[in-house]
Design a protein around this ligand. Structure first.
Ligand code: GLA
Length: 545
C-alpha cells in the first residue's frame, strides 16, 4: 500500500511537492482504524530530467529541484514513518522526453550495479523499473529484469538496504523465440524476480481503463505468497463517479493488487474520499495474509461475481460487480465460493460495515448499482482438505524426523519432491503446502504442475522450534490425476522442508477465464466495457521482439 506521483503529478516532482504528498499520506493513515497503512511514497518519472550522466557516471540531480539531493527526500519520508520509492528505466533511455525531443537517460546493463547501489545508498526502499529503453533496444524482459534483481541483491549485501522491486514492462509478451520468456508475460516468471509486475498498459482516470486493466491483470496462478500482479496505480478520487470509485477500490482489493494511490494528497481530502480509501475491512481484504488473487466465479452478460480465498477457516471475500447500465439484484452461491451449500454462512457488507445475516446456499444483494458493486465477506464451511500422495524424492531430498508433523516426518534437503493428487474441478484450485523453515530468512522453492514451467514460491520463517507453517497457492489442475513437483529454487538460498500438500476448498473459477503457466497467456478482454483512453506514452507495451 502506498502512493505514487505519476497519476496526478506526471513529471512535476520536487522536494517540496513530495514532502506535501508524504504529509498527506501520513494524514490519510490517521483515518485507518486498523493496523493497515499506506506505506510507500513513490517518486515516479521526472526526478531526473537529464539526457546524460555526469562525468562520474551518476544521474544528474538538480539541487534546485531536490535541495540536499535524493537522500534528503528519502530521509524526510522516513521521518514520517513511511517508506520511499524511486523509479528508473531498464534501458539506456527513459520514457519521458526533454524539451529538445531527446529522452531522459536510463539505466542499462552496464550501469545496473552502480545505479541500484546508488538508490540503496540514498535510502530508497522501493524501486520501479520501466521498460521504454528496454523496448527501444529490443531487450528481453525476463533476462533484463533478472539482471536487475541481481544488482538489487548486490546493493543489499553492500548496504543492508532492502528494496522492493516493481517491474513495469506493461505485461509485454515477447514474440522472439530466442527469448526465455517467449510468449509469456511477467506473471509467468516474475515471482522471485520482483515483488510485483505490471500486467497491462497505463491506467487513466476513466472506468473503461479500470475494467480494461482489471481484465488484463487476471493471472491468478501467478500471484501468491508476496508476489503480485499489478494492474497499475490507482485512479480513485481522481474524478470518476463515487460509484465507479468504489467499484475500482473494491476490484483492486479483491484482486489482492498493490494499492498504490495516485490522487493528489497535498489537496484537502473530501470526507467521502477519506472513507473510500481507508475502510479497514476493504483494506484487510486487499492485504489478506494469503496474498491471493480473487477469481471470476460467475458472469451473466456484464455483471460479474469475483471471489477471493481469505486466510482463516471458511473465509471468502466477494465483489458483486454490476458492470451493466441498469441497477440489478445480484447473487453469489456457496458452490461458487467452494463452501458447503447445505451449511449456513454469515454474510457481511464490508462497505456498509454491517452483518446481513446467515444464509444457506446463496445470498442475493437486492440492488447493486449500475457500474457499481456490493462487497461482502462470507464466513461458511470449507470443504474437507484432500491430501496429495507423496511420490518419489529426487536429488538430495530425503525424509527426516519431525515431531510436530503429521506422520512424524518431513522432506528435507530439496532436491525435488513429487506429489500426486487432484481436485474436484479440473479448472484449477487451491493447494496448501505445509512446511518448516526454522531459519531466519525466507526460503524458496519452485512449484511445477504436470511438468509445466515452474513458478517460485516464498516460504517465510516458521520459528526456530520446528513449527509447521503453510502457504496456499492457486494452481492450474487438469482433469484426472495431477503431478505437483516442489524443487529447490537455487542451491545457494535456503529451501523449506516440506510436510504435506493438500487440496483446500476455495472459489471455483469460470472455465474460460483461466490461463495456465504452460499455455500461452492470452489477453482476456471480456471485461472491457468501453475503450480505454490512449496511453500517455507510445503504445510500446503489447509486444517485444
Ligand atoms: C510508463 C509507466 C507509467 C509511468 C510512466 C512515466 O508509462 O507505465 O506507470 O511510470 O511511464 O513516464
Amino acid at each position: 500500500m502506498g502512493w505514487s506521483s505519476w497519476n496526478s503529478l506526471g513529471e512535476g516532482v520536487s522536494y517540496d511537492v513530495i514532502k506535501a504528498e508524504a504529509d498527506g499520506l501520513a494524514a490519510l493513515n490517521t483515518h485507518i482504524t486498523s493496523n493497515a497503512r499506506y506505506e510507500y511514497v513513490n517518486i515516479d518519472e521526472g526526478w531526473w530530467r537529464s539526457g546524460q550522466r555526469d562525468e562520474s557516471g551518476n544521474f544528474i540531480v538538480d539541487t534546485t529541484q531536490w535541495p540536499g539531493g535524493m537522500q534528503a527526500i528519502a530521509r524526510y519520508i522516513h521521518g514520517k514513518g513511511l517508506k520511499a520509492g524511486i523509479y528508473i528505466d531498464a534501458g539506456p533511455r527513459g520514457c519521458g522526453k526533454r524539451a529538445d525531443g531527446t529522452h531522459f537517460v536510463g539505466s542499462d546493463f552496464a550501469h545496473y550495479d552502480h545505479d541500484f547501489l546508488q538508490f540503496a545508498q540514498w535510502g530508497f526502499d522501493f524501486v520501479k523499473v520501466d521498460f521504454c529503453g528496454g523496448v527501444a533496444k529490443s531487450y528481453d524482459p525476463e533476462t533484463t529484469y533478472r539482471s536487475i534483481a541481481q544488482a538489487i541483491r548486490r546493493a543489499y549485501s553492500q548496504t543492508g538496504q532492502l528494496m522492493t522491486f516493481s517491474l513495469c514492462d506493461g505485461g509485454a509478451i515477447p514474440t522472439s523465440k530466442s527469448f526465455p520468456d517467449y510468449g509469456q508475460g511477467p506473471w509467468v516468471w516474475g515471482a522471485g524476480v520482483g515483488t510485483m509486475w505490471r500486467t497491462t498498459r497505463d491506467i487513466t482516470p476513466d472506468f473503461g481503463s479500470v475494467t480494461y486493466n482489471l481484465a488484463g491483470n487476471y493471472h491468478p496462478e501467478g500471484q501468491h505468497t508476496g508476489y503480485y500482479n499489478d494492474p497499475d496505480m490507482m485512479v480513485a478520487a481522481m474524478g470518476m463517479s463515487a460509484v465507479h470509485d468504489q467499484a475500482h477500490v473494491s476490484l483492486w482489493a479483491i484482486a489482492g493488487a498493490p494499492m498504490i494511490l495516485g490522487n493528489d494528497l497535498a489537496k484537502p481530502l473530501e470526507a467521502d474520499a477519506a472513507s473510500l480509501l481507508t475502510n479497514p475491512e476493504v483494506l484487510a481484504i486487499d492485504q489478506d495474509a494469503l496474498g491471493l488473487q480473487g477469481l471470476l466465479v460467475a458472469q451473466a452478460g456484464g455483471p460479474q461475481v469475483w471471489a477471493k480465498l481469505l486466510a482463516g477457516k471458511g473465509q471468502r471475500a466477494v465483489v458483486l460487480f454490476n458492470n451493466s447500465a441498469t441497477d440489478a439484484p445480484m447473487a453469489v452461491t456457496w458452490d461458487a465460493l467452494g463452501l458447503d451449500p447445505s451449511s449456513q454462512a454469515t454474510v457481511r457488507d464490508v462497505w456498509a460495515r454491517k452483518d446481513l445475516g446467515r444464509f444457506t446456499a446463496s445470498y442475493t444483494a437486492p440492488d447493486v448499482p449500475a457500474g457499481g458493486v456490493t462487497m461482502l465477506t462470507v464466513s461458511g464451511t470449507d470443504a474437507v482438505p484432500v491430501a496429495w500422495q507423496q511420490g518419489p524424492l529426487a536429488g538430495t531430498a530425503a525424509y527426516s524426523r519431525c515431531p510436530a508433523c503429521l506422520g512424524g516426518k518431513k522432506i528435507t534437503r530439496l532436491g525435488t519432491a513429487y506429489f500426486r493428487g487432484g481436485a474436484s474441478t479440473a479448472r484449477g484450485g487451491f493447494v496448501e503446502i505445509g512446511y518448516v523453515n526454522d531459519g531466519v530468512q525466507t526460503a524458496y522453492a519452485q512449484l511445477a504442475m504436470n511438468d509445466g514451467r515452474p513458478t517460485t514460491l516464498a516460504f517465510p520463517p516458521t520459528g526456530g522450534d520446528g513449527r509447521v507453517g503453510a502457504v496456499t497457492v492457486y494452481v492450474p489442475f487438469r482433469a484426472g490425476p495431477n503431478t505437483l513437483a516442489l524443487s529447490n529454487a537455487d542451491p545457494s538460498i535456503p529451501a523449506p522442508d516440506i510436510e504435506y500438500v493438500v487440496t483446500v476448498g476455495g472459489p471455483v473459477p469460470l472455465a474460460f477465464a483461466i490461463s495456465t503457466a504452460h499455455q500461452l497467456p492470452r489477453q482476456v478482454s471480456f471485461l472491457a466495457s468501453t475503450k480505454p483512453s490512449p496511453m500517455r506514452h507510445d503504445d510500446r507495451r503489447r509486444n517485444v521482439s
